[in-house]
Design a protein around this ligand. Structure first.
Ligand SMILES: *Cc1c(COP(=O)(O)O)cnc(C)c1O
Ligand code: SF4
Length: 321
């Protein structure tokens, strides 16, 4: 009964696919203990094929520096907790709500700003889906539902169908947005069943991928993006500006062009959120702005992502120019 992608996900979550990573000389069990090492075969492939494997390794390999504690970093840098409207619903911005639809991901990114999020207690899952529907019913100003997590595409298509079936009767919902890293890290997730589900939805559909470096675009990942494009999904990408991953203008300019080749528009370039245990990824604001100025001088406006920061209590992401 398990699809190929479900088997791959299971292997990733069980730690089997991270064995190679564990043999790396910089691997630290101390870091692993704070936030499990999870990686997929597709990322292993990307590492193998990349001429600069550190741009991928640094995103997924736990290292000793993770255990450093910094007073200016914390467990909820973007104020998600205070913005929780009710279990699993983060309603921070006008007109759109974010559902924490899944607590797991196919990879664990070491810089993840939700690495300390209490997923067990704060999930909008099958079990409390009725409460989500009631919330949306009482908020007719909401026209966009964002499935996030964790990674919502770790849910089976059957679960996704059960969720969206309940939303069909809410006339004010116009757009369904999915935030997922699966398209590139576990591209087999974009299978026929999933595409059929998307096709049957009555709303505008947006999928926001999470790609930080062009070397994440494996052959298979590009195939999945191509399939999505054929099914009339708007494809956007968000990246995080990360030290020793993508903190130079040429890398990001190249990423924008490569994304566009695959039918994806750059959406956001996030300044790293100051989440505890990940301080070594931080790029200073002044350096971020220098990198960004060069990107702007080289890219057409439509390939320039918005440089933003997520701040607690704000009504939108904060632009940094
Ligand atoms: C980023 C974010 C959104 C979406 O914001 P957009 O500017 O529409 O992309 C919604 N809710 C929360 C809590 C967010 O962090
Ligand atoms: S895929 Fe997204 S939510 Fe999951 S660990 Fe990476 S950054 Fe965090």
């Amino acid at each position: 009964m398990h699809n190929i992608w479900q088997q791959q996900l299971k292997q990733a979550l069980s730690g089997r696919t991270s064995e190679k990573l564990r043999q790396h000389p910089d691997f630290s069990h101390a870091g692993d203990g704070l936030f499990k090492t999870v990686i997929t075969d597709e990322v292993n492939t990307a590492i193998k094929e990349s001429s600069q494997p550190h741009v991928l390794l640094n995103q997924f390999l736990p290292i000793n520096r993770e255990t450093n504690i910094h007073p200016d970093f914390n467990q909820d840098p973007v104020g998600d907790h205070n913005a929780l409207a009710q279990q699993g619903i983060i309603h921070k911005y006008h007109g759109r709500v974010l559902l924490v639809a899944s607590g797991s991901c196919a990879v664990n990114c070491r810089y993840c700003f939700r690495r300390h999020f209490p997923y067990q207690k704060q999930l909008a899952s099958r079990r409390n889906w009725q409460a989500v529907v009631s919330y949306l019913h009482n908020h007719p100003e909401v026209h966009e539902v964002i499935l996030s997590g964790g990674d919502p595409l770790t849910l089976t298509t059957q679960s996704l169908t059960e969720l969206t079936d309940r939303l069909i009767d809410l006339p004010h919902i116009k757009t369904l947005r999915i935030h997922s890293r699966m398209v590139t890290v576990l591209p087999d997730r974009i299978d026929g069943e999933f595409l059929n589900w998307l096709d049957a939805l009555p709303w505008r559909k947006v999928l926001v991928t999470h790609i930080n470096h062009a070397d994440e675009l494996t052959h298979k990942a590009m195939g999945s993006l191509h399939r999505l494009k054929q099914h009339s999904i708007t494809l956007l990408n968000q990246s995080v500006l990360l030290k020793n991953v993508n903190d130079d203008a040429d890398t990001l300019i190249n990423l924008s062009h490569k994304l566009f080749d695959e039918g994806v528009l750059p959406y956001y370039l996030h300044l790293f959120d100051r989440v505890q245990n990940a301080a070594h990824f931080e790029v200073s604001l002044s350096r971020a702005q220098r990198i960004y100025a060069r990107m702007r001088s080289q890219l057409p406006g439509y390939l320039l992502p918005k440089l933003v920061k997520e701040e607690a209590g704000e009504h939108s992401k904060t632009p940094l120019i």
